[in-house]
Write a protein that binds this ligand. Sequence first.
Ligand SMILES: NC(=O)C1=CN([C@@H]2O[C@H](COP(=O)(O)OP(=O)(O)OC[C@H]3O[C@@H](n4cnc5c(N)ncnc54)[C@H](OP(=O)(O)O)[C@@H]3O)[C@@H](O)[C@H]2O)C=CC1
Ligand SMILES: N[C@@H](CC=O)C(=O)O
Ligand code: NA
Length: 428
Amino acid sequence: MKPIKVGLLGLGTVGTGVIRIVEGNQEDLSSQVGSPIVIEKVAVKNLVKARNITVDADKLTEDPWEVILNPEIDVIVEVMGGVEKTKEYILEALERGKHIVTANKDLMALYGAEILAKAEEKRCDVYYEASVAGGIPIIRTLIESFSSDRITRIMGIVNGTTNFILTKMSQEGASYDEVLREAQALGYAESDPTSDVEGLDAARKMAILGTLGFHTNVELRDVSVRGISSVTKEDIAYAKRLGYEMKLLGIAERQDDQISISVEPTMVRQQHPLASVNGVFNAVFVHGEAVGETMFYGAGAGELPTATSVVADLVSVIRNLKLGVSGLKSISPYKEKHLIQDEHISYKNFILLHVDDKAGVLAQITQIFAEYDVSLASVVQQPNEQNPDAEIIIVTHNASKASMDKVLKHFETLSVIRKVKSVYRVEG
Ligand SMILES: NC(=O)C1=CN([C@@H]2O[C@H](COP(=O)(O)OP(=O)(O)OC[C@H]3O[C@@H](n4cnc5c(N)ncnc54)[C@H](OP(=O)(O)O)[C@@H]3O)[C@@H](O)[C@H]2O)C=CC1
Ligand SMILES: N[C@@H](CC=O)C(=O)O
Ligand code: NA
């Protein structure tokens, strides 16, 4: 049987896992696709770097073009990251009729439409399951299993690094910096971890999920983003006291034909299934009009879980190749995009205020909520042991984002409010 030759761009956390799985499961894989799978060439940045996997020296190159331009290679597996240059490699590979498997959400969130259009033109496959929620088969699920339904809500913990950090801060009282270093050492974090902690990585993934779920081209600029870098141990402790866990939650919603997508630290009620998703685990909760609620759970990052998705994509690509159906399965977004205005996006809020400890303060504050038609579910005032201010903890009922913005703006002008310490979305 003629082997299928694969070119690998990148031999870091994910690339190493890809080689381990392709070599370790070769017998099963070749039985499933009807050909041996050979990793023909591997591009790395630094040839002399010490690696925890052995690869024949003649297979390694520092020049990705040696992989892209190699006429023997049928499929390119891109696990090196990067955007502009990587896009150039991928488009050229497609131009030459090579199929693509990628784990690169930055690339797919920014240039997915262009790359998929090129693939369609060239009758090539582009698979990208590992780009969202590492080992969880969520992209396949949205494209195939929910093709019959109309999705109304996708809610997910889609970044392993931040979930790992929040879990350790919550369960062990660990410091933010210390846990971030641990996540980096375990290979969960991006090469620039600011994209994890500032919510950008999750935003890219939510843009991909929104595009697939709502059949419209969700771009990164459509996603409202806030990361976890300002979340404190105290905020997490307040959440717990009120019966919530703090999670970096991506939420994509559809109301009629309008959509909204956001990523922000959110207090999730402890009884909600997403509240118990801990560590590097991810989970995606999907609601469809017909199917109702479903949830998908698994490792969101790390060598072998991520490589499982990459190699499964490789198997799909090879099967399509053998069946002669390459490039025929992709469906471009076919709906016009309408974003929901802030007046029509509503949810519950947690607000922690530091205020003057004197008579009439609470009345002034509740008056402002009333002015903007925000109804309150609970208000608790307590003395603060650390300073002379009092703390007021407020949880609202569902309130529009626009009204809440007005309330917070008004607070800036109120002299009895010393500081708006924290504001979080509340779910469940
Ligand atoms: N880590 C994870 O858990 C997950 C990662 N991803 C995505 O997978 C991709 C890879 O991630 P990961 O494996 O963690 O990244 P790493 O940083 O561990 O590995 C990147 C690899 O690419 C090589 N590389 C980088 N730039 C170039 C270049 N210009 N030319 C040739 N080789 C290059 C590096 O070479 P060298 O080894 O010589 O430095 C390294 O082998 C990213 O897009 C990431 O977002 C997706 C899901 C999960
Ligand atoms: N840095 C990402 C890796 C997987 O996409 C994460 O932490 O989830
Ligand atoms: Na996935």
